[in-house]
Design a protein around this ligand. Structure first.
Ligand SMILES: C[S@@+](CC[C@H](N)C(=O)[O-])C[C@H]1O[C@@H](n2cnc3c(N)ncnc32)[C@H](O)[C@@H]1O
Length: 277
């Protein structure tokens, strides 16, 4: 067990509680933009949200892993739409965890509408109950998940704790390169001084809100995220008894920012498949 000093613990707690407020605020914008389309969609037993262009590669990997009869989790799960969609691969039980009160209350509503065997809990990922230790055959980690955790070792120690022996993870995430271009970097003008550093360890702070669904800008509550280097992500996985079975980088864009301009130049997303030792 890692013993954290109290100031380190308080710093991480402050970050997660600020992010909780910011996500609660953002969810209201997302719900407005989606205009009940998920509530209507999940009435149909075939409904899935894994139908974006970038999901084609994901679906192939999920079929290879084989989720039929498995107990699966998503951490964090936001409003549960991805986890509910994953249940179409035949899993017997799903659990989604997220810190946002509003996201989890929407997720519970969608689970009830869909009648799928999925439950949701509002919790900080770093504090998921020990009753779920060695409980899951598969954990799904999707875009926009790792950035909220200041220390990936903390995060992957939870992932590892929750997995059964030989349990698998699939991470389908935004490549850190995609964040390079967040500040309006224009490669033609070569304004390199505006470029975000790949090596930056300090938190980033959103001020214009997190409404990547409706695109509305608003004065956001304080929230913090971290652009982890690929080497940090890989090291944190390996240090927590998870073998890496696959690592692929893609030019498929999922960040919804101006990285789209660089589709043919940089890796913009990646998939890691891992297995608990
Ligand atoms: C972009 S979503 C990722 C899930 C999914 N890919 C999506 O796009 O909806 C980010 C989620 O992380 C959650 N989150 C941030 N920090 C967290 C923490 N410490 N514990 C649990 N959830 C957290 C937020 O509430 C939010 O729902």
């Amino acid at each position: 067990m890692v013993v954290q000093n109290s100031s380190d613990f308080m710093m991480k707690k402050t970050i997660s509680e600020s992010n909780r407020d910011a996500w609660n605020q953002a969810l209201k914008y997302h719900q407005k933009a989606r205009n009940n389309s998920l509530q209507i969609g999940f009435k149909n037993p075939e409904f899935t949200t894994l139908n974006r262009d970038c999901d084609e590669i994901l679906i192939i990997k999920l079929k290879n892993i084989g989720l039929s009869g498995k107990t699966i989790a998503q951490i964090p799960c936001n409003n549960g739409r991805e986890l509910l969609s994953l249940m179409h691969f035949g899993s017997k039980e799903g659990l989604g965890f997220d810190i946002s009160d509003i996201a989890i209350s929407e997720a519970k509503e969608l689970a009830e509408i869909s009648k799928l065997n999925v439950k949701f809990e509002r919790v900080d990922i770093l504090e998921i109950d020990n009753k779920y230790n060695s409980y899951f055959d598969f954990i799904y980690i999707s875009e926009g998940s790792l950035q909220w955790f200041p220390d990936l070792n903390d995060y992957f120690s939870v992932v590892s704790r929750l997995l059964k022996k030989d349990g698998k993870i699939l991470i389908f995430e935004i490549h850190p390169f995609a964040y390079f271009f967040e500040n309006g970097f224009d490669i033609k003008k070569g304004n390199f001084e505006k470029l975000t550093s790949y090596f930056n360890k300090d938190p980033y702070n959103y001020k214009n809100g997190l409404d990547y669904v409706g695109g509305v800008e608003y004065e956001s509550k304080e929230c913090y995220w971290f652009m982890h280097k690929i080497s940090n992500i890989i090291s944190a996985i390996l240090q927590n008894d998870i073998e890496i079975k696959e690592f692929n980088e893609y030019n498929v864009e999922m960040a919804n920012n101006n990285s789209i301009k660089f589709l043919d130049k940089f890796p913009l997303s990646y998939i890691i498949v891992g297995k608990k030792k």
